[in-house]
Design a protein around this ligand. Sequence first.
Ligand code: PMP
Length: 287
Amino acid sequence: MNAQTVYLNGQYLPLEEARVPVLDRGFIFGDGVYEVVPIYAGVPFRWRHHLARLKRSLAKIAITNPHDDAGWDHIISELFGRHPWPNQFVYIQVTRGVAKRDHAFPVGVSPTVFAMASELVLPPDSVRSTGIAIITAPDERWLHCDIKSTSLLGNVLARQKAVEAGAAECVMLRDGFLTEGSASNLWVVRNGTLLGSPRDHLVLEGIRYRLLEELAELCEIPFELRRIAREELFSADELLLTSATKEVLPVTSINAQAVGTGKPGPVWAKLYGAYRQATGRGATAGS
Ligand code: PMP
């Protein structure tokens, strides 16, 4: 593998040489936002949507967007071009910058901008043919989950619970209703309808929200966003999980109980085929 090159504040340099001062507010306070965009065969997938979400996250925490669209385009295509992998994902992080430690916003400080390309290793066929296991836990995070903030302690603790339970993801519930996974959105199939949690401050609206809505329409699957009660997860016909790097995965067990038939279901199979096509691949694995 080539040495990994990263972008830091206007420079491209080897990962090992990239350094941020310890007083960076990302390090001190988790005062920053991030984005993750997948790139298939050199083409960033839904990049305009990811960029729009990055701008929304920056605006919500009052960090001035450090680049115009052309500037961001340049950074991701430059990072892609410097690595050999056909499929990659780019992680972008913007923090409020470096300043004397004080909670209030510093004045006259430039944001720290970091971006890194990695190989996009998609889940193998074996994972899709058996499906994944998830667990549930109370959602103990703050009330601005719509911001893609680098302050991820609640998500980190949730994911660790999943790891310790031998599951792939921890899905969170607030007041008895589904919110989302520690790093993913969860979808519920009941009587042929694809259900998701409302777009509000309790979830990060994945870029796959709009995508799944479009793919569901293409596949003639009714789509609805509404509050989903805990019991509805356990009596679902199918559960699906989405994220930029996991695409759309079937969930076949929840708290060690089978979901539906215990096998990946027909709604997942249709949506996964449509997802592959949307990313420029054939509808079935191997095509
Ligand atoms: N929710 C959370 C908390 C996440 O971290 C992610 C992954 N970024 C998602 C949802 C899914 O978002 P996307 O589809 O844009 O990857």
